[in-house]
Ligand binder design. Structure first.
Ligand SMILES: CC(C)(COP(=O)(O)OP(=O)(O)OC[C@H]1O[C@@H](n2cnc3c(N)ncnc32)[C@H](O)[C@@H]1OP(=O)(O)O)[C@@H](O)C(=O)NCCC(=O)NCCS
Length: 353
């Protein structure tokens, strides 16, 4: 990879916002005066790619891996837009750019009280774009084979016919062919469920949840936003996984060492809750109705009904199946506010008085 650029260097393109760049919805037509997020993301990729085109060598390929779009002001049809990419950093093969889009004042929404003859611009959107420069020998062969039709793209029928489906997924979610999903399950924006994943009935996957092949998620489980369930994770019924909780599947990862055969199983038993932003080191078993506090790092097995918190997680009490603290009296009896009775025997919680 060559790098003739320095951070702060800029590239620029100009485009005219025609109908093809506006958001169009089936029932409503062109619905808002924003130049659409989808088209902006494409145009941002285009201008940022200008850096990569000169950085990559012949045997390399530039691949966009992430683009963010923040709208700042409306942009009507007919406006002329200037997109400017600024190089932020290049680390190894990763190229990070920020970008901004400006609408020029000769757009149709030019306000009558603006002075004429002066060209002013309005920021309409901005964001970041990340690209990687990859070795074409490994990556490019795949592209060539796809182009030649030697490898067929796999269809993902999961969301194709939601009207006949017993489960629902937002159109932005990708459910690969071969994933099993139970009836009544709802899958929200930007989720990805891989082939071979098994999701039970009445589950909810919040925004941006990833479910790998081989993962089992029991009936009635809820997974909050931004959670990745990696291969090796098994959740029984009615498990709650808080937002941004983190699972792992390799204890000692190294980028250069393949450890696929060393994936460990993480088992979450029925009714357990994992608090927001907790981290579960792989290979542990979290007992039925156990409760992991927000932000805890779980490094060892957790007993059924135990409440653990902190880094590393330590047991600080007991929780009932309904999620209330259990305070055991001198007779080792505890009463949950719901009326359910619990008993502590040999360091373990039993249901019933
Ligand atoms: C663990 C939890 C259930 C404890 O709730 P609680 O029984 O009401 O506990 P309290 O707020 O009375 O706190 C008791 C003590 O534990 C500490 N504590 C509470 N939660 C903690 C946590 N997650 N990590 C570390 N310490 C915690 C408190 O600071 C307090 O310490 P102190 O006695 O020294 O003052 C709760 O704090 C929690 O983490 N809930 C998870 C919330 C969540 O992630 N929801 C996801 C869906 S939005």
């Amino acid at each position: 990879m060559l790098n003739p650029y320095l951070p702060g260097d800029q590239q620029e393109i100009r485009i005219c916002v025609d109908e093809s760049r506006m958001a169009r919805f089936p029932d409503e037509g062109l619905v808002h005066p924003l130049y659409s997020t989808f088209a902006l993301a494409q145009d941002a990729e285009w201008v940022c790619r200008r850096f990569v085109v000169l950085m990559k060598e012949e045997h390399e390929e530039g691949v966009g891996s992430r683009v963010s779009v923040v709208h700042r002001s409306p942009c009507p049809l007919g406006a002329e837009v200037r997109l400017v990419a600024t190089l932020v950093e290049v680390i190894d093969n990763r190229v990070l750019c920020s970008w901004q889009a400006f609408a020029s004042d000769n757009s149709p929404d030019k306000s009558p009280d603006k002075p004429t003859g002066k060209s002013t611009e309005r920021l309409i959107a901005e964001g970041e774009q990340e690209q990687h420069i990859l070795n074409r020998e490994r990556f490019g062969k795949l592209i060539d084979r796809l182009a030649e039709g030697i490898i067929e793209r796999q269809p993902h029928p999961g969301i194709a016919d939601k009207s006949n489906s017993e489960w629902q997924a937002h159109p932005s979610a990708i459910v690969d062919a071969g994933a099993k999903i139970g009836s009544g399950t709802r899958i929200w924006h930007f989720c990805h469920v891989m082939s071979g994943a098994v999701i039970g009935e009445r589950c909810v996957l919040g925004q941006n949840v990833f479910v790998a092949s081989g993962v089992h998620l029991g009936n009635g489980s809820k997974v909050q936003n931004n959670v990745s369930l990696y291969e090796g994770v098994v959740c029984e019924e009615e498990v709650f996984i808080g937002p941004s909780a983190v699972f792992t599947n390799v204890v000692n990862p190294r980028a250069a060492v393949i450890r696929r055969d060393e994936f460990k199983t993480t088992h979450i038993e029925r009714g357990a809750s994992l608090g927001a932003n907790c981290t579960i080191i792989c290979g542990v078993r979290i007992g039925a109705y156990a409760f992991v506090g927000a932000g805890a790092v779980v490094t060892a097995d957790v007993l059924p009904f135990a409440l653990v918190m902190g880094v590393p997680a330590r047991q600080s009490g007991w929780m009932s199946a309904a999620g209330h603290r259990l305070h055991f009296d001198t007779e080792a009896q505890a009463l949950c506010p719901t009326g359910a009775r619990y008993r502590l025997r040999d360091g373990r919680v039993e249901v019933g008085g």
